[in-house]
Design a protein around this ligand. Structure first.
Ligand code: AHR
Length: 497
C-alpha cells in the first residue's frame, strides 16, 4: 500500500499564486476565434472577448497572463496595436512562415489589459528586443504606466480609452533569445538585456519586475554563462526580478497507442524537477541570496499538431487528454513542492494551442481536462506549502531520476488544507493510506477525482463533459484513513483545519 503523510508542522514557504500562470500568444487560434471573437461577432462576447471563456477562466483565479508571445513578441511593434481597430495595420506574424496567417492587430495593449481586468489576472508583457530599439520598449512602458495627464504618451493612452495607467509590473525582456529571438550567445544576450534595462531606467519603479531570458530546457550552461555575464556588470541600475526558462515535454502523437508512450511522458514531465533544481544551483553560484527568481515562462506537453478541432489549421493546436491532465498535475505538484525556487510558471498556451485549457471555434468552447486540473489545484495559490513524506512504489528509467508512482503536494490557506494527488500508473489503481504529523486531519473532507478508463479520453465540441471531476464528501477519522486513486487520475482533497 502507498503511504502519504503530510507534515503539518513544516513548510518550505508560500506557494506563489503566479505558479498557476497562463500564456496567450498571437499564434494560430489562441487569439483569433479563441480568446477574441470581435465585438461584431454573433458569438457572445464582452468587448470582443469570448464571454463563456471569460466566465469559465475567472473561476480558476488566473493570477497572471503572459502576452503577446512567445516568438511573436520578437517582431511585435506595440504601436501596431493601439488606436482605432479598423485602422490598425495588418502585418506578417512571426509565425507566417509556418502557417501563412497574417496579424490583424485586433488585440493590442488596451484589449489585452481589458482581458486581464475581466478575468482578474495580472498582465505580464514580453518585450521585443530583437527587432525594436530600447527606446521603443521604454516608450511602451511609459505608455502603459505613466500617470494620467503627465507625458505625451500617457495622454495618448488616455485618448485611446484608458486614462488610468495599466500599472504593468512584469516585463520580460526578450523571448528565447538563444533561438527565435536572435540566436544570441548568452553573453551577447545579457549585454542586450543590460542595455535595454538601463535605457528603461526612467520608467522603472520598484514595483516593476524585469525578467531576463533563461535557458531552453536543461541547458544549464546558458544559465551559468548569462549569470556570469550579469555578474560581470557592476552597477545593475535596475535590479532584475527573474530569469525565465522554457521546458516542453511530450513529442509523439496526442492520442497514445502504447503504454511506453504514457511512461515516456511521465518521465519527461517529471524531469522538470531536475531542470529547475539544476538551473537554481547554477544561479546560486552567482546569486547565493536568491535575489533573482526562477520563472518557468512556458511549459506543457508538445504533441504533434492536428489533433484539435481545427484539424491542423490552428498552428500547434492539440487535443488535451487524460494524459495531459496527469502531466499538468505532476508539473504543478513539482512547482508546489519547489515553491522556494519557482516564483512564476505559465502553461502554454491558454486556448487552441499546446497544452491548452480551452478549445474553441465559432460558438463552441470546451474546458479541457487540463482546465479541470487548474480548477482542482487552485486552493494552493498563496498557500503555505506542507511537505509530503511518501512511502510507495517508484518507477525507474535510464537517464531519469527515480519517479514515485504518486505525485503529491499539500498546502494550507485560510484554515483549509488542500492535498493534490496524481496516480502516474497507467493501469493500476492505488490505495493510499493517508496520515499527518504535526497535527490531525479529521472531519468532513471533499475528495474530487478526475479520471477516465481511457487515457486518451478528452472533451470535444460534441461531448464536452467526457472528462470532468467528480466530487464527494468523505469523513476522515485521523486514523487509518484510506483513499483510492484510479489509474491515470488526478485528485484533490480539501479539509478544514
Ligand atoms: O508556445 C509556442 C512557442 O514555443 C513560443 O512562441 C516560443 O516561445 C516557444 O518556442
Amino acid at each position: 500500500m502507498t503511504k502519504i503523510t503530510i507534515d503539518l508542522g513544516n513548510s518550505i514557504g508560500i506557494i506563489h499564486p503566479n505558479i498557476y500562470g497562463h500564456f496567450a500568444e498571437h499564434i494560430g487560434g489562441v487569439m483569433e476565434d479563441g480568446l477574441w471573437v470581435g465585438e461584431e461577432s454573433p458569438v457572445e462576447n464582452i468587448r470582443g472577448f469570448r464571454k463563456k471563456l471569460i466566465e469559465s477562466f475567472k473561476k480558476i483565479n488566473p493570477p497572471i497572463v503572459r502576452w503577446p508571445g512567445g516568438c511573436f513578441a520578437e517582431t511585435y511593434d506595440w504601436r501596431d496595436g493601439i488606436g482605432p481597430r479598423e485602422k490598425r495595420p495588418v502585418r506578417v506574424n512571426w509565425w507566417y512562415y509556418h502557417d501563412g496567417r497574417l496579424e490583424k492587430n485586433q488585440v493590442g495593449t488596451h484589449e489585452f489589459m481589458d482581458f486581464c481586468r475581466l478575468v482578474g489576472a495580472e498582465p505580464y508583457v514580453a518585450a521585443n528586443i530583437t527587432s525594436l530599439t530600447p527606446l521603443h520598449i521604454r516608450d511602451w512602458m511609459e505608455y502603459c504606466n505613466f500617470p494620467q495627464g503627465s507625458t505625451t504618451l500617457a495622454k495618448e493612452r488616455e485618448a485611446n480609452g484608458d486614462a488610468a495607467p495599466f500599472q504593468v509590473k512584469y516585463w520580460g525582456i526578450g523571448n528565447e533569445n538563444w533561438g527565435g529571438g536572435g540566436e544570441m550567445t548568452p553573453e551577447m544576450y545579457m549585454q542586450e538585456y543590460i542595455r535595454y534595462s538601463t535605457i528603461c531606467r526612467p520608467i522603472w519603479n520598484p514595483a516593476m519586475k524585469f525578467i531576463f531570458c533563461g535557458a531552453n530546457g536543461h541547458d544549464v550552461s546558458w544559465t551559468r554563462r548569462i549569470m556570469q555575464e550579469y555578474s560581470s556588470h557592476k552597477y545593475h541600475i535596475i535590479p532584475s526580478y527573474g530569469m525565465s526558462i522554457h521546458y516542453y515535454c511530450g513529442g509523439g502523437e496526442c492520442f497514445l497507442k502504447t503504454e511506453e508512450e504514457w511512461y515516456d511522458s511521465m518521465f519527461r514531465a517529471a524531469k522538470m524537477q531536475r531542470i529547475i533544481d539544476d538551473h537554481r544551483a547554477a544561479m546560486d553560484e552567482f546569486d547565493p541570496e536568491r535575489k533573482i527568481k526562477l520563472i518557468v515562462d512556458e511549459w506543457g506537453n508538445w504533441h504533434k499538431e492536428g489533433s484539435g478541432p481545427s484539424k491542423g489549421y490552428n498552428l500547434f493546436e492539440q487535443q488535451s487528454t487524460m494524459r495531459n491532465a496527469v502531466v499538468a498535475a505532476l508539473t504543478l505538484n513539482i512547482f508546489n513542492n519547489r515553491c522556494d525556487i519557482v516564483d512564476m510558471a505559465n502553461v502554454a498556451q491558454l486556448c487552441n494551442n499546446l497544452h491548452s485549457l480551452y478549445l474553441a471555434a465559432g460558438d463552441h468552447l470546451v474546458e479541457t481536462p487540463t482546465y479541470h486540473v487548474f480548477d482542482l489545484f487552485k486552493g494552493h495559490q498563496g498557500g503555505q506549502q506542507r511537505p509530503i513524506i511518501y512511502h510507495g512504489d517508484s518507477m525507474q528509467r535510464e537517464g531519469y531520476d527515480t519517479l514515485p508512482e504518486i505525485s503529491a503536494a499539500a498546502s494550507e490557506k485560510d484554515g483549509l488544507l488542500t492535498l493534490t494527488l496524481s496516480n502516474l500508473h497507467m493501469t493500476e489503481e492505488k490505495i493510499i493510506a493517508l496520515s499527518a504529523i504535526g497535527g490531525k486531519l479529521q472531519g468532513k473532507a471533499v475528495l474530487s477525482i478526475l479520471s477516465h478508463p481511457d487515457v486518451n479520453a478528452c472533451n470535444t465540441f460534441e461531448n464536452p463533459d467526457t472528462v470532468v471531476p467528480v466530487a464527494r464528501e468523505i469523513m476522515l477519522t485521523g486514523e487509518n484513513d484510506q483513499i483510492i486513486l484510479p489509474p491515470a487520475s488526478v485528485a484533490a482533497l480539501t479539509i478544514g483545519r
